[in-house]
Ligand binder design. Sequence first.
Ligand code: AAM
Length: 327
Amino acid sequence: MHLLLAAGTTETALIDGISAAGASPELMAHTPSADVEILEYGEPVLAPVTPVSPTGCPTPAAVTRAVRAVVDVDLSVIDAGLARPTGAPTVGLGVEPGTDLRESEAVPDAAAVYERARSFGSSLPAEEVVVGETVPGGTTTALGVLTALGEPASVSSSLPENPIDRKQRVVEAGLEASGLEPGDCAGEPLSAIRAVGDPVQPTVAGLAAGVLDAGGSVILGGGTQMVAVAAVLRHAGVDDPISIATTSFVAGEQGRRLEDACERLECDLVVTDPGFEAGGHVAMDRYCAGEAKEGVAMGGVLSLVPDGKMAAVRERFVAVCDRLGID
Ligand code: AAM
């Protein structure tokens, strides 16, 4: 199995109270760079911090790293607009960080990014891939794109209390700054991303479309951000089978809305519970309390864990947390 992880940034994450994918807004710029180092090496190398929420919940990258110790998963990281250096090897597709979605254009070159990612995806050996993301603020830009496309828009959050009203106000401001009404971008998904999305979205959608073009199959590893990517693909006319694999934390929070979205977009939905309530570790307790929930392909790779191996994943997760100094 091959994991394609798109790592990027959007200035949308700097909006007060919108994200917990980092201990502070300044540190959030490092989160994707550190996440991919944790996937590659088990700890940050060039990045100055381990991504934790303001209350100390470790990044889902730690879970994905733990799964990689149990299940064979090749990794390619695609630079989808990193704002800070990373010591992990990355594929460069010339993707720039995204601007605050309240600007008139959040991702000016969304269409070109999609095409470059699609071309890269189609050049890979045809196989089953998991495509994942790390982009703080990504659930807000997911709300933006779903709204611009006129899709029912329900998104999750890295915070235990989803600041959904705040996100809706941000998206309203973004649509207004772009001269758009909800639904105006139906059938034009790259215009939706250009106006109110983030650079990881056209990268993930393009990679998925390319892999499908080449005869491979795609698991979108993530929660509501991947619902937005699936909507982008469907509005772009991609009609191949797609599945979304997420965690029980997102599924539990979203309930029927997630199932309805997947039905509407004709995506299979796979939900995996890592059994963290049995863990007895502070990091697992935080996930059970609704922090972080998903990200960095956590749900995607958890779906690959064979029956009977989840206890081994939890053990490895504790070891990863120890190495990251989380106890
Ligand atoms: C990625 N790295 C993370 C993290 N994510 N490190 C710590 N906590 C997380 N939750 P929001 O829109 O609330 O910012 O949530 C989306 C982000 O949370 C994404 O970056 C996702 O990969 C996850």
